[in-house]
Design a protein around this ligand. Sequence first.
Ligand code: F6P
Length: 517
Amino acid sequence: MQSLSLTQLPAWSTFTQAVQQATPDLEQLCLIDAAGLSVDFSGQRQSPALQQAAAELLEQRHFQEQRKLLLSGGIANPTEHRAAWHNLLRAPAATADVMHERERLNTFVRDADLARRWRHIVHIGIGGSDWGVRLSVGAFGYTKLWREVRFVANIDGHAIEAGLADLNPHDTLVVVASKSFTTAETLQNGQRALEWLQAAGVKNPFDQVVAITAHPERAAEWGVAPRHIFKLWDWVGGRFSLWSSVGLTTALSVSSDVVAGMHSGAAAMDHHFETAPIESNAPVQMALHGIANRSVLGIASLNIAPYDSRLIHLVPYIQQLEMESLGKSVDIAGNPVPVPTGPVVWGMPGTDAQHTFFQWLHQGSDGAAVDFIMCQQADHRWKNHHQSLLANCLAQREAMLRGKTVEQAYEECIKQGHTPKESEWLAKHRVHQGGRPNTLIVLPRLTPYHLGALLALYEHKVFVQAVIWGINPFDQWGVEYGKHLASDIIDEFNDQPCVKAHDVSTSHWINLLKKQL
Ligand code: F6P
């Protein structure tokens, strides 16, 4: 357990001073190669003093020991007293039960492919049981899928209605993914799907339902046959379950090779994280720059800008990973963390993002740190599209970094034919502050291997930040609280006595809605 709060560590004040004194050096290329990715930190503050202070900070936070604990399956999640051993799920040689489950999944997919079974898949799950699969299916099945996949996450009945609409129930596999097998959204949507199969006269509906859970007994009680239950383990955090059998939908719709490729890339990043020295360790450096931006420079948000439209679901994936993990304000000992922790994470693929909110990034009063992500090679044949895409990515980044002074803007206006008086006025509107911190992550190509490496890069970055802030990144008590309140309100809608006093507004709406629900 971390005993000292962050600001009590001698290295914290050295680190903050070093951050304040450092600047991004536009003449210094600062690249780290990690598991096939190239991570360019040239847009972040750099200095030898900063590196030195960062190394001391990590040392004073016992980073080496914490990393070892994480990667070897020790109790990295103390408030729930369990490991967070997702790296084992993608290890080339994992434990016998992990290998066994992988093999079961591959066999299931092989048999279904050989039999040309299931033209449609309805994947039901939410949060970590959803985003990773959506991301990988979107990334690698973006043109055409032999099996049509629908995702249903939201408890909103319109979601399941749309998810089932016009599918052939006799050729549909329903995949219910829930680590806990208690998540209201997933269970209710699963029930609707089951009723839909029954209503269509499917003789044995459970032949068409697969469950993925850490609680096989709950899935079995619901009616799923043991041969259709794939196991994950208590030591896999919900937001890391992409690496478990939750990947079944990806394997069925795109291929098992995609799942295996993502595992290899993530395992390579695990190896890099475990072995690379601090100064050339990409997740560690990313974490340190993130801490500098958030806790020292006070930058409250991190924008994720993937310049690849196939990565449409990367932003929500990283949002859950970062915000569910780092949205905490007490440390493991229960004391308030004395500095701001996890930033707001937001974004959208470029170039759409440029035409939506980049104005705010360039000239708004707050600014944000930005992670630009691009792939060197495209997988389509239109070279000029890819050139334009990458040019836009580099240009936006350069503008944020370099900025534009009032003198430059004035010259520009004069050259465009404006009078000196007009130019003086217009120039003020065209100034770009510049110096917005950013990181550029370059994938050679969007392969499963490189996407796996990218996701593991963010996972480890989040872990290192949690170590420095002294918080537990593996629980989510805030989400749990809301779930309990919702279940009490549902009881009240159903005329159960009110167990808790509400505020006036909540009571008003419960009473009003109760009459019409
Ligand atoms: O949002 C809270 C959470 O517990 C996430 O951590 C998880 O990914 C999601 O709910 C779904 O949980 P489960 O897989 O147990 O249904």
